[in-house]
Design a protein around this ligand. Structure first.
Ligand SMILES: CC(C)(COP(=O)(O)OP(=O)(O)OC[C@H]1O[C@@H](n2cnc3c(N)ncnc32)[C@H](O)[C@@H]1OP(=O)(O)O)[C@@H](O)C(=O)NCCC(=O)NCCS
Length: 197
């Protein structure tokens, strides 16, 4: 672990770390990359100054929104960001979003590892009961990673969003705490076994 980073949660292959202003150039590169933004609702150019402001304002958005960096433990580098948004402490629900900006890291389980840490915070610290997400139907990787974290499909909006020259279905997903707890127990057990090896 890089002693310079402030770690919030440590998983098997990733840690959730606090974002720093010096991360802004990397975040700006990711948020302007069409291979990434085709999966998001962000589509206009974002400047370095805007990203610096976005990072600076993170603490002012608490307690209704939390955002972290995803840190790859083996390579000691920042590979993405992940957030818990629109937290309602009355309904005890929130939504999540993630970007793994370093594309060589896609599909290797880093997203799932980071998301399990985030869900632990959401369910076991904040006492939320249901976490939602939405994905464009053609984003199979995001859909599969969500299912691997316990999310289930709740419904679809047909041809709702325009991306990459086509209207796309938007899939709504959600995970309830009681459905996630067995996955968390399994995840923690395998983490302990890996640490003992
Ligand atoms: C979506 C994202 C956060 C997922 O993180 P990740 O580390 O790539 O995902 P994981 O490796 O943890 O899980 C990927 C799952 O999809 C599968 N997968 C990997 N590549 C895939 C592909 N090209 N198509 C379909 N499934 C794929 C994996 O096998 C795994 O499923 P499994 O658990 O059933 O085996 C990341 O890929 C990303 O940031 N993508 C670009 C931006 C984005 O789409 N953000 C989310 C918007 S809703």
């Amino acid at each position: 672990m890089n002693a310079e980073r402030i770690v919030f949660r440590t998983g098997k292959t990733t840690a959730l770390v606090l974002l720093e202003e010096s991360d802004a150039p990397q975040l700006t590169r990711w948020i302007n990359d069409p291979e990434i933004t085709r999966f998001l609702t962000v589509f206009t150019p974002n400047t370095l100054e805007e990203e610096i402001e976005w990072i600076k304002k993170i603490s002012s958005r608490q307690p209704n929104e939390f955002i972290w960096g995803i840190w790859q433990l083996a390579e000691k580098r920042l590979i993405g960001t992940m957030g818990l948004h629109r937290i309602s402490y009355r309904d005890r629900v929130a939504t999540t979003g993630a970007i793994i900006g370093e594309k060589d890291c896609w599909g290797q389980g880093f997203g799932r590892d980071a998301k399990m840490q985030l869900l632990d915070f959401a369910f076991n610290t904040l006492n939320l009961r249901k976490i939602c997400s939405s994905v464009l139907a053609f984003n199979e990787r995001s859909f599969r990673y969500s299912l691997a974290c316990g999310y289930q499909e709740e419904g679809r909006r047909k041809l709702q969003l325009f991306s990459d020259g086509q209207y796309r279905d938007e899939i709504f997903l959600a995970v309830f705490r009681e459905d996630w707890l067995p996955l968390w127990a399994e995840y923690q057990q395998s983490k302990i076994q890996e640490e003992v090896k």
